[in-house]
Ligand binder design. Structure first.
Ligand SMILES: Cc1cc2nc3c(=O)[nH]c(=O)nc-3n(C[C@H](O)[C@H](O)[C@H](O)COP(=O)(O)OP(=O)(O)OC[C@H]3O[C@@H](n4cnc5c(N)ncnc54)[C@H](O)[C@@H]3O)c2cc1C
Length: 256
């Protein structure tokens, strides 16, 4: 056991007893499941958690976090494990909370161009849900990631040149803190009172500050026409200069 873990008096066995009683088969210590959750798509050495919980509600997350807090057990949120930084690897062991079962699109407000989803909803599921609204969620990191994971990594993508990254498109969050407190940040109003921008604090925090359970996201109209241009450059630098020039000339580049 690592010294840091010992100092926190980690008692996973006791926590596992309570997790088992509360969650039954949705909590597992099966080796294959733990191994699957001990790495992402990056190169870092895998480190399996001691157990995995498949959460389906905010209440599940609250109860699991409270149990873990009582026994000093580390908690690692998990979306679809597509990140590259090794941030789901359980280097101190602990409980991995898999949110991929929380997939609901809770509301779509087409006139205000926003929506609220559960954290395990993926961007592709959201976009197929939106197909008859003329709206879309444009952040596309190239992986079929969960929107909670994308917020946690502040994901960007090829359309960020026009629409921004998760930093620009998450307008509110529901987050479970380390003691089980549920906080709401931001909201649907474009203008809200000034003060600390807690939404932006959580966006990019990679699961270290809390577990995102719901997100309110900005949606964008799908352009009526999109023109694709393919150009070949002899050097990467020339390609970059060309994109910069296009943007300086005011061309509305949607994807580069
Ligand atoms: C082929 C490929 C191409 C990519 N291209 C890009 C790119 O162009 N630009 C870019 O920015 N990124 C890119 N990425 C990375 C991408 O942003 C991440 O894979 C994605 O955002 C992670 O989402 P996930 O659901 O898989 O999260 P996971 O990998 O499961 O988790 C990532 C981190 O977020 C935390 N986390 C997960 N869910 C939650 C939650 N609900 N609450 C709090 N914390 C949570 C985890 O603990 C971990 O720290 C690429 C990845 C791949 C595989």
């Amino acid at each position: 056991m690592k010294p840091e873990a010992r100092a926190r008096k980690v008692d996973f066995e006791a926590a596992a007893g309570e997790l088992d009683a509360r969650f039954a088969s949705r909590f597992t210590v099966a080796l294959a499941t733990r191994d699957h959750h001990g790495h992402d798509e990056g190169w870092h050495p895998a480190a399996a958690p001691d157990g995995v919980l498949f959460a389906t509600t905010t209440e599940d997350v609250v109860d699991a976090v409270r149990i873990c807090a009582a026994y000093g057990v580390p908690v690692i949120p998990y979306g679809s494990g597509s990140a590259m930084e090794g941030s789901v690897n359980a280097v101190f062991g602990g409980l991995c909370i898999n949110l991929s079962g929380m997939t609901a699109v809770l509301s779509v407000n087409a006139s205000d161009m926003d929506c609220t989803v559960e954290a395990g909803c993926t961007r592709s599921v959201l976009n197929s849900f939106l197909r008859d609204t003329g709206l879309a969620f444009p952040v596309d990191p190239g992986a079929d990631a969960t929107l909670g994971g994308m917020a946690a990594t502040r994901a960007s993508g090829t359309m960020t040149v026009k629409y921004g990254s998760m930093r620009d498109n998450v307008i509110g969050l529901e987050v479970v803190l380390a003691d089980g407190t549920v906080v709401q940040t931001g909201g649907r109003a474009r203008k809200s009172s000034s003060g600390y921008d807690l939404t932006k604090l959580f966006v990019g925090s990679e699961g270290t500050l809390g577990i995102i359970t719901k997100l309110t996201l900005r949606l964008h109209p799908i352009p009526e026409h999109v023109v694709a241009l393919r150009a070949v450059f002899e050097e990467v630098g020339l390609a970059v200069e060309f994109v910069v020039l296009l943007m300086q000339l005011g061309y509305p580049v949607a994807r580069a």
